[in-house]
Design a protein around this ligand. Sequence first.
Ligand code: LMR
Length: 338
Amino acid sequence: MRRLILAAASIAALTLAGPILVGPVAAQTPIVIKFSHVVAPNTPKGLAAEKFKELAEKYTGGKVKVEVYPNSQLYKDKEELEALQLGAVQMLAPSNSKFGPIGVKEFEVFDLPYILPDLKTLRKVTDGPLGAKLLKLLDSKGMTGLAYWDNGFKQMSANKKLVAPADYKGLKFRIQSSKVLEAQFRALGSIPQVMAFSEVYQALQTGVVDGQENTWSNIYTQKMHEVQKYITNTNHGYIGYVVVVNKKFWDDLPADIREQCAKAMKEATDYGNGQSAKENDDALADIKKTGKSEIVALTPDQDAAMRKALEPVYQDVAKRVGQPLIDEFLKETRGATN
Ligand code: LMR
């Protein structure tokens, strides 16, 4: 696989460099930004990526061409980040959870159960000093963090009705490659299994795993509701993304082009984050319409029992990312409840 990626990287490098041209033809050769992602086009991330394409091409007057590759067409989860570091693609928006395996485990703090009461509170973290500090950590990995994009809150699904913590015992759950998510399912007595996003539907269908957690928009667009009898409205965790660009590529862009792309990114972020909640609400309504999965609501007592069962995850994670980081995060989010 590494060899394949390397081959792709050199092809991409050639594409970027392009033939050596002079005169008017040279002016027409656009700078290509390959933007790879793993979800469907009609999701919060898919739509924000398309918006960035539209605006970046507009603001640069066509000097930049953004090619968006959705649905893991180019790379699956972890390969995506390797491809970015090698320069085979220029831009990605992986979920926070996916930065742990490349050595930036601090982003896993976003995975802590019930850490964010709502998207407004999240904004205090991502738009404030903590958000900026976290993005800076990416520099040493050969990438520049440009923005935080929302998806939304996660729900639990299985072929068994999940209302009490005890219902999770012994079930296999697909997780993203995050130690926090592993600790979360272990706290419930389940067996977590790391798996690429593109493989989840089939794993659920064939029974390789019993359940999964994801947002309404991801569940709907991957048709997971067709192979899961129950989806419990837990809102127990958050999925959001960090838009990253290959650092060398970004630093080497002519200053005016970089500024225009940054402006496009800012506007695409406002656009995407402004409508992610609605996209998840719409996906929930669409799932309900299919009648294929029963949507289960928790009573306040059941919700409280889930929160209690997942409390130990905080101690577990403090050992990995340090209590000060968790405290810094909680300082921003404190005072509000989910
Ligand atoms: C997942 O792997 O479940 C998500 O990170 C997919 C995504 O990018 O929303």
